[in-house]
Write a protein that binds this ligand. Structure first.
Ligand code: CP
Length: 528
């Protein structure tokens, strides 16, 4: 059936760059076959199975995504269903898991889900795997994220990339793109942080007033991927530059989400990101404008008089949505893609973030006891905590470490050492008998990266560990994502345990909503 069969698309990176280019190659063939009405080619893409269940669950409004998928599903001669969210048992407090267990039991194979709750498809993909196994379903359903809160919109990203390629003469060499508008709430621009990796040389110009600026999480990703990123407060400020992007991607301002303080500045904010007629001469030759749409009828950031001009790239972009989505469904159904061979992902060596120091190899040092710390006969010493931080921050953090490792009821104490050159560090010492297994060491590594743990017996250091940030942290009840819109946030009451993975910036990103956290923030108890 091939590598695409049964796959979910929760974030754009769920499809590799080569997989996306393969999808675009087919979308191009399909689009041409639509234009020439070449039935033989069109039939090669059709699932053509009236029992193949494609289910739309839209818990937020939509025209393009919902209708292009519905029309794509009809093209496939598949069974298309649509949950009426207004009268569903979601309104009786039913969970996402129970809702989708139920719908999966009715022979549905692909779910297309739009929700305010971020990371919902990633969670459903995980939980439906065990549901399918325990109920003997022939196949686990696949999930397509049709937009989750302000997180991602991966199928919009597919059609955007397809349209940029179409206007780039299918070259992946270079892309210079201006992103204009509400970059804070706009999930379509967030998907660009990973999506634009299909192009080799990327420059992204971010045009938004500070209130609507791109969140750090996505800025970090863009920089990690080697994009050149420039930022501007307004279109007027941007057009003073000598080099201007030939492709502009506008997003709808969602000021209604931002409270009274921002609403007072509404006119000023809109003006900063709305295009005006007198600016046309400042654009490079052959500039194209794009927009995921909808565009607000009273406050369009691309004014309607531009519809009839060559700047109009957004209408073709919207039309491309159906072609791209037909191909995506054909791939997941296994109708096409059987011959595609993925390059093997590079083998990532499991790094050891808990390193035991070989005490025999150590050069003996003059015995130095930090001021105020009593030597202990038996017990543990956690040293080098937050080395280089401010004293108050170190003290607060030692309280968190004690709580995370449940050391707060033991004897002993905490000390901030001034050390050499006035560089401060924290030391926690606990006399007594302590059994710290790998799970404890992982927790310590996650909450106190850079620290060392000394196990002391009969007045001597018996074992010593150096700890650095683990690549992943999960399976602990006291972890929590701080994003209230995330499926794993306690306020969502979905019973989803938080999971994090380490980023290139040495932060922890939530595995569901992608929000970056410092190593102190991932613990629920740090918020009390
Ligand atoms: N672009 C987009 O997602 O549009 P809809 O909200 O109409 O689906």
């Amino acid at each position: 059936m091939g590598t695409f069969y049964g796959r979910s698309l929760c974030v754009i990176d769920d499809l590799s760059q080569e997989e996306r280019l393969y999808l675009f190659e087919h979308a191009r063939i399909l689009k041409s076959a639509f234009e020439t009405q070449d039935e033989a080619v069109l039939n090669r893409y059709r699932i053509d199975d009236p029992d193949f269940g494609i289910y739309e669950v839209f818990l937020e409004d939509s025209t393009r995504t919902k209708e292009s998928f519905r029309n794509a599903a009809k093209f496939h001669h598949a069974k298309v269903s649509d949950l009426n969210s207004g009268s569903s048992s979601f309104n009786k407090g039913e969970s996402y898991a129970d809702t989708f267990y139920t719908l999966s039991g009715y022979s549905n194979t692909i779910f297309i889900v739009r929700s305010k709750v971020e990371g919902v498809c990633t969670y459903l993909e995980e939980s439906l795997t065990s549901y399918a196994r325990r109920n003997g379903l022939k196949r686990k359903p696949a999930f397509i994220n049709a937009g989750d809160g302000k997180h991602e919109h991966p199928t919009q990203e597919l059609l955007d990339e397809f349209t940029f390629l179409e206007d780039n003469n299918w070259s992946t060499e270079t892309l210079h793109l201006a992103l204009v508008g509400d970059l804070y709430h706009g999930r379509t621009v967030h998907s660009k942080a990973d999506g634009l990796k299909i192009f080799k040389n990327v420059t992204v110009d971010l045009i938004a007033p500070p209130e609507l600026a791109m969140p750090e999480t996505y800025l970090h990703k863009m920089k990690d991927h080697g994009f050149t990123v420039r930022t501007f407060d307004s279109i007027d400020a941007y057009l003073k530059e000598t080099v201007i992007a030939p492709k502009w991607y506008f997003t709808r301002p969602q000021l209604e989400r931002m409270g009274d303080k921002v609403l007072k500045k509404e006119a000023e904010l809109r003006r900063a990101i709305t295009f005006r007629e007198e600016l046309i001469p400042l654009l490079p030759l052959n500039t194209k404008f794009y927009h995921p749409l909808p565009r607000h009828k009273a406050h369009p950031t691309i004014p309607t008089f531009l519809d009839e001009t060559p700047l109009n790239g957004w209408e073709r972009q919207s039309i491309n949505g159906m072609y791209v989505r037909i191909v995506l469904l054909a791939l997941i159904a296994g109708k096409i893609g059987g011959e595609f061979v993925s390059a093997r992902p590079p083998v990532v060596e499991e790094e050891d973030y808990i390193k035991e120091v070989n005490l025999e190899d150590r050069v003996p040092q003059e015995k130095r006891i930090s001021e105020g710390v009593q030597p202990i006969h038996d017990g543990i010493v956690i040293d080098h905590i937050l080395r280089g931080y401010e004293i108050g921050e170190i003290r607060d953090h030692m309280r968190l470490i004690s709580s995370v490792l449940e050391l707060d009821r033991g004897k002993g104490g905490e000390w901030v050492s001034s050390g050499q050159q006035g560089i401060h560090k924290g030391i926690i010492f606990r006399p007594g008998s302590y059994e710290l297994d790998r799970k404890h060491l992982k927790r310590l590594a996650a909450v106190a990266p850079g620290s060392t743990l000394n196990l002391i017996k009969d007045g001597k250091v018996q074992r010593k560990f150096r700890l650095s940030l683990p690549p992943r942290i999960y399976n602990f009840e006291d972890l929590g994502c701080t994003n209230e819109a995330c499926i794993s946030h306690p306020s969502q009451e979905e019973g989803v345990m938080a999971r994090f993975y380490r980023t290139q910036e040495n932060t922890f990103a939530c595995a569901y909503c992608g929000k970056e956290h410092g190593f102190k923030e991932i613990w629920k108890r740090s918020r009390k």
